[in-house]
Design a protein around this ligand. Structure first.
Ligand SMILES: [Zn+2]
Length: 88
């Protein structure tokens, strides 16, 4: 069994999704999203700028030694918000 998604930190696979013999991602449950791509996985994380940083399980996401892109790591939040809400 080759699982489709795994945590980038601890390598733990998400056992809800795996590849079938044809290389398609399948699941016992209904997909929580239409297209099971990595960006839409529940472990998908993004940095303060919305850049996809990879899949990290909740445990690794909370570990600042493993997940180093936490939004609260950016101390200058005014700068991060500037692109989203430009002054006009
Ligand atoms: Zn993990």
């Amino acid at each position: 069994m080759e699982y489709a998604f795994s945590c980038r930190g601890c390598q733990k696979p998400d056992k809800n999704f795996w590849y079938d013999d044809e290389g398609k991602i399948v699941s016992d449950d209904d997909f929580p999203f239409n297209t099971p791509t990595v960006e839409f996985h529940e472990w998908a994380r993004a940095d303060a700028y919305g850049i996809f940083t990879g899949l990290y399980c909740d445990k690794c996401y909370d570990d600042s030694n493993i997940y180093t892109y936490r939004k609260d790591e950016y101390h200058d939040e005014g700068y991060a918000g500037e692109q989203l809400y430009p002054d006009e």
